[in-house]
Design a protein around this ligand. Structure first.
Ligand SMILES: Cc1cc2nc3c(=O)[nH]c(=O)nc-3n(C[C@H](O)[C@H](O)[C@H](O)COP(=O)(O)OP(=O)(O)OC[C@H]3O[C@@H](n4cnc5c(N)ncnc54)[C@H](O)[C@@H]3O)c2cc1C
Length: 312
């Protein structure tokens, strides 16, 4: 049986044995627990476990003996109030554990979020899968001229094809060298019985950064929202955005729908106005025009403000 089929069977098996609990559960999240959401070409995210739901946030905010819930409208109002006023600790009462498969170069960005618990697949102990992230042609953009950390504009068809081949060939070649040095294949098959292979912890060191790794990642809801605020944003790299988008819209939305709405309303889709920017908007509302030169903002801040408010 292939590895993929084995994994699917394990998931089916887990889902076929529901357990009774007195704790709060989210029916919508239960409907997808253990099931993988595909991300990029070989990646996935699946929920392994969780604690709490919207009512647990309300319960802890009210320091209640019972469910803490009054009416749905009250709960939603309280969650909006907490979110708007940065009263964050009630959101820390909810936790989630995810199993994530992601390319190593994205894992490096992800691991910077220190307020999570992580256990990564050990490439000292096991052999990494022969799976590399190869971008889709439409994502093969050139270096941005305005943002040194970004990409913009497309490449020629010829260059896209050439660069995709380079990415693929390098990953394949390095993986082949990895297998040669190990002297064993991913399925444990020994290549040459008369030869000693290099240790796994050393053979892995020249694998390309687009090789996939996996980890279990556990985080509380407050810190998860902080992660999503930074990584679902257009300033984040497209590939980590793809993961954040799934966590936000396929998982958080199901798990804590009132929190999801309040987060989008007061954080994700809101815009922070500085003192100077507030003054500019006040002046505009009085019908006064203010030029960039006299605004007191730097170019980047000015561009952001005028774009957000459609100021010409
Ligand atoms: C678009 C983008 C570009 C980036 N570019 C770079 C880059 O070029 N180079 C680079 O190195 N990183 C880069 N980063 C990573 C960034 O600097 C942060 O390390 C990362 O986003 C994690 O944020 P955080 O520290 O707020 O999150 P977490 O580590 O989850 O921490 C959450 C919060 O806990 C508190 N906290 C956690 N640990 C400490 C601590 N030790 N001391 C004080 N307070 C703490 C802080 O309030 C923090 O905001 C980038 C991030 C983004 C989103």
């Amino acid at each position: 049986m292939s590895e993929k089929k084995k994994e699917l069977n394990e998931i089916k098996n887990l889902r076929s044995k529901p357990k009774k609990t007195l704790r709060v559960t989210s029916a919508s999240l239960e409907s997808i627990i253990y099931k993988p959401f595909k991300v990029l070409d070989h990646g996935f995210i699946r929920v392994i476990d969780y604690m709490g739901d919207d009512s647990a946030i309300v319960q802890s905010a009210r320091v209640s003996y019972g469910e803490g819930t009054k009416k749905v409208s009250n709960d939603s109002g309280l969650i909006r109030y907490l979110m708007k006023n940065w009263h964050t600790t009630p959101f820390e009462m909810c936790e989630i554990k995810l199993h994530i498969k992601l390319p190593i170069f994205i894992a490096r960005q992800w691991i910077r979020h220190r307020t999570a618990n992580v256990n990564e697949y050990s490439a000292r102990y096991s052999i990494l899968d022969k799976e590399f992230y190869i971008p889709k042609a439409q994502n093969m953009s050139s270096q941005s001229k305005t943002n040194k950390q970004g990409r913009e504009g497309s490449l020629s068809k010829k260059d896209t094809k050439k660069f995709l081949e380079i990415l693929k060939d390098d990953a394949e070649r390095n993986y082949k060298h990895y297998e040669d040095m190990l002297n064993e294949k991913q399925n444990g098959e020994i290549k040459n019985e008369n030869k000693k292979g290099l240790s796994r912890e050393l053979a892995r060191i020249n694998l390309t950064l687009n090789t996939y790794t996996q980890w279990y990642w556990k985080i509380d809801l407050h810190n998860l929202l902080h992660f999503l605020y930074l990584r679902e944003d257009t300033h984040a790299q497209y590939e980590i955005q793809a993961y954040a988008e799934i966590i936000l819209n396929k998982i958080v939305k199901r798990w804590v729908p009132h929190t999801y709405n309040a987060f989008k309303e007061f954080q994700l889709e809101s815009f922070n106005l500085s003192r100077t920017a507030t003054e500019i908007i006040k002046q505009r509302l009085k019908g006064k025009k203010i030029s960039y030169e006299k605004s007191g903002l730097n170019k980047r801040e000015w561009n952001e403000l005028t774009r957000r408010f459609g100021i010409k």
